[in-house]
Design a protein around this ligand. Structure first.
Ligand code: ZN
Length: 477
């Protein structure tokens, strides 16, 4: 496996990209549901002018890797709802997109980009090893643990173990599964600033939100390994079939559903609210496919989510805002104008709205309180006075006291912990998802319409007691 420097285009990850339309997350494979196919990109390593490692007797990776990949594809496609694509299907690369070929060789970055384009659950790069003629066995390399597309690490690790275990059934020495970080951490970074993986096919796939693993099947330069595992088509077929079995076993038995690249259903307390809000189309993640559950939420993004939930007609509100920091072409412009026009938000005393500022918990519930009271016209009378039970309720800003008391009374917030509310703490995106899901499920966002007043069309009420006869019978005299 050779390595090539991946030049990343410098771009700033905008944490406010709530409208970024990347789904990213690896979905669970469901054999019987066409919505959840298993999409695998197999990457026969090397090719074209690049023969890869050889055994000095004519055997090389270019031919062997391609054969293993084709056998693996054939085996994978026997399972239902599986789609397999190869990064190359011949040795001369004549069938490959010419733009991705340089000097007769398909670039490693192009292979990762291809996996991204196919929305693959994983890319499996197929190789054979060579080092000192005496080493033997199989090993698998998977993505390191960093914040860029973090599920690549979890998926890659599970997949690597499964493939290695399957290959071991052939008698191959299981050398292990490994990760490797770039040797140039000062320059080689993912767009969110986290340090890159060493291998280009892994980091280029990961940049496209696809977990990639490199399977080094056996040592082509070791005579015993070559003769036992690589010397005939039947042996290569066995390797391809074991790869397929390992891939299928992992995706079949691992039903992790990644709502976002950092949110796995059932694994974190906030995964269900986030899935709910995503499925409803109220929230999106960042451009790296993550949601950032522990990140602070920007003030404008909270308003955008609320506007999404109310399904407002944004075309009515695309005008120059009264807030000087609200840009007319900002993705949040209509939502902020709507909220301001309805008295839901007021902005700061200095006249600005505070675009890009983190929203505090007391600001969050004040927006919801205004939404209920002033926009929906709902009675916000308290049932009790539960807020007084929190030791820091007194530290709530004056403007937010009624709102915080109401939010606690309604169960919208249950306190930051058992004794405190944390009114001036920043609202985290996970908490926002939970609170807004609760609000919607409790009819606080789109209340059920109350039945109209009686128009006199209903039948007369049934009396509790039998009617008294008009002419009471008189006891006989
Ligand atoms: Zn190789």
């Amino acid at each position: 496996m050779k390595r090539k420097l991946l030049l990343i285009s410098a771009f700033v990850l905008c944490l406010a990209m709530i409208f970024a339309s990347f789904s990213g997350a690896v979905s669970a494979y469901d054999e019987s549901d066409p919505r959840y196919p298993l999409v695998i990109v197999l990457d026969p390593g090397h090719g074209g002018v690049d023969p890869g490692a050889g055994n000095g007797k004519g055997g090389n990776e270019r031919e062997i890797n391609l054969k293993i990949a084709k056998f693996c594809k054939e085996a994978l496609e026997k399972y239902p709802n599986v789609k397999v694509y190869l990064t190359r299907t011949t040795n001369d690369l004549s069938d490959v997109d010419k733009k991705s070929i340089k000097d007769g060789k398909m670039s490693l970055t192009a292979r990762g980009n291809f996996a991204g384009k196919m929305h693959a659950n994983a890319l499996i790069s197929i190789h054979c090893n060579a080092v000192n003629k005496s080493s033997r066995g199989a090993e698998v390399w998977y993505p390191i643990s960093v914040s860029w597309c973090p599920n690549a690490n979890a998926v890659g690790k599970g997949l690597s173990s499964s493939i290695l275990s399957s290959l071991g059934e052939l008698g191959l020495t299981k050398r292990g599964i490994f990760t490797r970080t770039t040797t140039k951490p000062e320059t080689e970074r993912y767009p969110d600033g986290s340090v890159m993986d060493y291998y280009t096919v892994i980091n280029s796939s990961r940049s496209c939100q696809v977990p990639a693993v490199i399977v080094e099947h056996a040592f082509i330069d070791n005579t015993a390994d070559f003769n036992a595992f690589l010397s005939t088509d039947a042996k290569l077929k066995a390797l391809g079939e074991k790869d397929a079995k390992g891939i299928i076993n992992y995706f079949r038995t691992n039903d992790d559903k990644w709502v976002f690249n950092d949110v796995c259903l059932g694994k974190q307390w906030y995964s269900e609210p986030i899935e709910y809000m995503k499925d409803k189309g109220y929230i999106n993640g960042y451009s790296n496919g993550c949601f950032g559950p522990n990140d602070r939420i920007h003030r404008q993004d909270f308003v955008v989510i609320l506007a999404n939930m109310k399904n407002i007609d944004t075309s009515l509100y695309n005008y120059q805002s009264k807030f000087p920091d609200v840009k007319k072409d900002g993705y949040y412009n209509a939502a902020v104008n709507w909220a301001a026009s309805e008295g839901i938000i007021n902005g700061y005393e200095n006249g600005k709205f505070g675009v890009g500022d983190a929203l505090t918990r007391e600001q969050m519930v004040t927006i919801l309180y205004n939404y209920e009271k002033d926009y929906l016209g709902i009675d916000v009378t308290l049932d009790g006075n539960d807020a007084e039970g929190f030791e820091d309720f007194g530290t709530t800003s004056e403007f937010a006291k009624d709102a915080v008391a109401w939010a606690i009374d309604k169960g919208l917030i249950s306190g930051f912990n058992a004794t405190t509310i944390g009114p001036q703490r920043f609202a985290e995106r996970s908490h926002v998802a939970k609170i807004l899901m609760f609000a919607e499920l409790n009819n606080l966002i789109n209340p059920e319409p109350t039945p109209p007043e009686s128009q006199g069309e209903e039948p007369p009420p049934v009396p509790d007691e039998p009617p008294t006869p008009e002419e009471p019978s008189q006891p006989g005299e």
